[in-house]
Write a protein that binds this ligand. Structure first.
Ligand SMILES: NC(=O)c1ccc[n+]([C@@H]2O[C@H](COP(=O)([O-])OP(=O)(O)OC[C@H]3O[C@@H](n4cnc5c(N)ncnc54)[C@H](OP(=O)(O)O)[C@@H]3O)[C@@H](O)[C@H]2O)c1
Length: 260
């Protein structure tokens, strides 16, 4: 018999880290999945695991979201089998450590394309269907970085500030429509993020990180209960409050020192 799911959830960046854990979490709840990233082998491996464990339909779409045309391609591939996407999880993202003037501009523009433009495009493409059905969800993955200026990772922090602002605004615009918009704001988490951001150079500073399952479990609960956003972890919650507690100059210097 063909597996039937309670809803279909499209997750970008599902090949590792938080996206992979989010896929496991939605699957355990009986959702069918569409997994998107560049690493097809990792997506297929996860799809196989989740089909076997939960008897849910799982589709894999290979796409590079740093390319402008990819969100439209993902939208078309997802709709191929008459599939209705109920929830879009905009999780794919990356950052780069270093001074803006010293990092390659093309790579920094890719951060904007993946973290910001693709997120807006996928939300805009899937939202009209949700509006028609008067139900659905947009689950974004922002960051504690979205609350702070980030010297040493300037474009990444700014991209997450966009995600925070955009998510909160959409949450408000769509209140009462049956569509929930949510932003998960993790701090340092054990994933491949740091290796990618440092070009696979090891950080000299030992940083305490939350585990990906821990972050995702808290985010998933908050999303299902209709929250607007969730900062995970007590220390991270304090970090998001720094701009209220300290002069802005002190905050940006502290973050700059931390990012060095
Ligand atoms: N880990 C942290 O400390 C932390 C903290 C706060 C927020 N976040 C956010 O959490 C999200 C997930 O990151 P993670 O921590 O799980 O890191 P990760 O393990 O490096 O995962 C990043 C995911 O994004 C995908 N991705 C990256 N570039 C892509 C592209 N051009 N096209 C399509 N997919 C792409 C990767 O897939 P492929 O490589 O297969 O394409 C991968 O699945 C990001 O938005 C990140 O900013 C992370």
């Amino acid at each position: 018999m063909k597996p039937v799911a309670r809803e279909t959830v499209l997750i970008t960046g599902a090949s590792s880290g938080l996206g992979l854990e989010l896929a496991r979490c939605f699957a355990a709840d009986g959702s069918g999945l569409i997994l998107v990233a560049r690493n097809t082998a990792a997506l297929e491996k996860l799809a196989e695991e989740l089909r076997r464990l939960h008897e849910i339909p799982v589709q894999v779409i290979t796409a590079d979201l740093s390319l402008k045309e990819s969100p439209q391609y993902v939208f078309e591939q997802a709709g191929r089998a008459g599939q209705v996407v109920d929830v879009v999880v905009n999780n794919a993202g990356f950052g780069l450590h270093g001074a803006f003037a010293e990092l390659p501009l093309a790579r920094q523009l890719e951060i904007v394309q993946v973290n910001v433009s693709a997120l807006v495009a996928l939300t805009g493409l899937f939202l009209p269907g949700m509006m028609e059905r008067r139900r659905g969800g947009v689950f974004n993955v922002g960051s504690v970085a979205g609350f702070l200026p980030g010297p040493g990772m300037a474009v990444y922090f700014a991209s997450k500030a966009f995600v925070q602002s955009f998510s909160e605004a959409l949450h408000e615009e769509l209140r009462g429509t049956g569509i929930s918009v949510f932003n998960l704001c993790p701090g340092a988490t054990e994933t491949n993020f740091s290796q990618v951001a440092r070009g696979h150079r090891k950080s000299e500073r030992p940083v305490k990180r939350m585990s990906a399952p821990e972050v995702v479990a808290a985010g998933y609960r908050a999303f299902r209960s209709g929250k607007c956003f969730k900062v995970t972890g007590a220390v991270n919650t304090v970090l998001t409050q720094l701009p209220r507690l300290l002069p802005r100059a002190a905050v940006r210097r502290a973050v700059g020192r931390f990012n060095q």
